[in-house]
Write a protein that binds this ligand. Structure first.
Ligand SMILES: NC(=O)C1=CN([C@@H]2O[C@H](COP(=O)(O)OP(=O)(O)OC[C@H]3O[C@@H](n4cnc5c(N)ncnc54)[C@H](OP(=O)(O)O)[C@@H]3O)[C@@H](O)[C@H]2O)[C@@H](O)CC1
Ligand SMILES: Nc1ncnc2c1ncn2[C@@H]1O[C@H](COP(=O)(O)OP(=O)(O)O)[C@@H](O)[C@H]1O
Ligand SMILES: [K+]
Length: 468
């Protein structure tokens, strides 16, 4: 049930890490002192996890390798059997110093080790945040082979070959899968962005003495959502209007999810005969249906269609002063129409909808989401296995990885309804998006097997219980 990365934690790019390191050094620390902290922290985790088994540490030429030498020395001093294999000589002063303090032998890597001469515990300290170009095939192949054969594999700071800021793969599809990654000082984007994130295993942060970190980017925190009090009634709990269209199932899912996420009243504007769940109030669409002041949020897009009638509904929703969640089909009809809208607006595109709305884009998913939020003036949720939430003012979060079982039809509709429920309770739009994604992900993690989107909606109350 625990997420694979810490929640509400700062996420620093390679440049921000260097700046934090510079600040620590200006305040009296040194690269060697930070490396000593990092390597000792790694050794403490490995000592606990190795339970006496032999550890093989692969060291690269930079400071990531330096961390590896420190860890080797500390582990050996605690009686753990350790072998070290290095990719060449250290190129930095701190790494050279760390290697000089390691009194054991240093084997050549990849060399003979590529044949699979491994140990039960494999520690990858080959490359970290300093990697700026593709890793040689022989090196990437060897790390993958050794990690695959180990009983437990741990990456120091990052899986070697991960691109720190974009989560890309400098290993040309050869990144190894690790059981765990020990992030030094702070999380980096590669711990939460795909494809790198899926190679990290469980990520834990080691404090290396950088002090408090002021990061724009964070992982989404666990929200705190209060249970209704005695003064609550159905309208104070939030009234959500879901604007439906020809694909009824999608808007039904959004409406059901809105209730399950705590809304007090859900209005489904499609018409049709009553059918379960009867709590959903069904009304025919009319352009003045959104005039009801009690409506706290409108969800539009799931099952809306893309015809003239859909356009007319979207126009009415945009013209209203109600907070909006715009998803699915409605995203395809937007055409820059958000301009001039003052009420809170949240866009929830998946990658295809995002590209259709904002173009192919360059830079990391985080930068693209920030850019889209700035241009549109809306909170933008770019969905996927690494969901990014960005606000027009620059605030940005990445959700902790959840469950790949979410990759099934209708889960986006459930998300739109979930966010709508929080928005209708006057939660500010960025926080409503963040909390909605957390509840959605927690529900998926709790089921943790193949499910229907309906079942995901029905698991939301249990997720709500965990957000108190
Ligand atoms: N920031 C902090 O606060 C602290 C950071 N610390 C640690 O430092 C790490 C960052 O260290 P780093 O900057 O020395 O870079 P690192 O990741 O070891 O790799 C770069 C080295 O590899 C080389 N190289 C690059 N690409 C290559 C390739 N394709 N194939 C082969 N070689 C290649 C490159 O050499 P080049 O040829 O480019 O001169 C360079 O020598 C960070 O992740 C953390 O573990 C802690 O110790 C203390 C506090
Ligand atoms: N591989 C995956 N791992 C984790 N979450 C995923 C994955 N694929 C999709 N999701 C999540 O599932 C939801 C799918 O939404 P969407 O693509 O709009 O589906 P639909 O339109 O069918 O409802 C999003 O919240 C997305 O983040
Ligand atoms: K590494």
């Amino acid at each position: 049930m625990l997420p694979n990365v810490p929640e509400g934690a700062p996420v620093l790019t390679a440049a921000a890490m260097r700046a934090a390191e510079d600040r620590a050094i200006a305040a009296g620390s040194s690269v060697a002192a930070l490396m000593e902290c990092a390597g000792t922290g790694v050794a403490e985790w490995v000592h606990r996890l190795a339970a006496g088994s032999e550890v093989l540490i692969l060291c690269g030429p930079g400071n990531n390798g330096g961390d590896g030498y420190v860890a080797a020395r500390v582990l050996a001093s605690r009686g753990v059997p350790v072998r070290v294999a290095a990719l060449g000589e250290p190129k930095t002063a701190a790494a050279a110093q760390a290697r000089a303090a390691w009194s054991g032998p240093v084997e050549a890597f990849p060399g003979g080790l590529a044949d699979g001469d491994t140990a039960p515990i494999l520690v990858d300290a080959v490359f970290g945040t300093g990697l700026t170009r593709a890793v040689d095939d022989a090196v990437a192949d060897a790390i993958r082979l050794l990690a695959g054969r180990a009983r437990l594999s741990i990456a120091v700071d990052l899986p070697s070959g991960a691109e720190t800021d974009s989560g890309g793969d400098f290993g040309a599809g050869k990144l190894a899968n690790f059981d765990g990654t020990l992030a030094l000082g702070a999380l980096k984007p590669a711990h939460v962005l795909q494809p790198a994130a899926r190679h990290c295993g469980a990520v834990r942060v080691i404090d290396i003495g950088l002090g408090s970190l002021d990061a724009v980017l964070r992982t989404s925190p666990r929200p705190q959502i209060a249970a209704p009090g005695p003064e609550s009634h159905k309208y104070t709990r939030g009234m959500v209007a879901v604007v439906g269209g020809p694909m009824h199932g999608a808007s039904e899912l959004a409406a059901r999810a809105a209730y399950r996420a705590g809304a007090g009243y859900v209005l489904l504007l499609t018409g049709g005969l009553p059918h379960p769940p009867h709590a959903i109030v069904r009304q025919r669409w009319s352009p003045d249906a959104l005039a009801d002041d009690r409506i706290g949020a409108v969800v539009i897009g799931p099952g809306l269609g893309r015809d003239d009638r859909a356009r007319e509904k979207l126009e009415a929703a945009l013209a209203s002063d109600r907070p909006l969640v715009i998803d699915g089909d409605a995203l395809h009809l937007l055409d820059g129409r958000l301009r001039g809208r003052d009420a809170p607006t949240i866009l929830t595109p998946h990658a295809g909808e995002f590209a259709a709305l904002f173009g192919a884009g360059t830079g990391s998913k985080i930068m693209q989401a920030q850019d889209a939020a700035r241009k549109s003036g809306a909170v933008v949720v770019v969905k996927g296995a690494d969901t990014v939430i960005a606000a027009p003012g620059g605030r940005v979060q990445v959700a902790a990885p959840t469950s790949a079982w979410l990759s099934v039809a209708g889960t986006g509709d459930v998300l739109a309804g979930t966010i709508g429920a929080l928005l209708a309770q006057h939660v500010p739009p960025f926080d409503a998006a963040s909390a909605g994604i957390w509840l959605h992900g927690a529900a998926a993690r709790m089921i943790d097997r193949c499910f229907l989107a309906d079942e995901l909606a029905d698991a939301l109350p249990e997720a709500l219980e965990r957000a108190r």
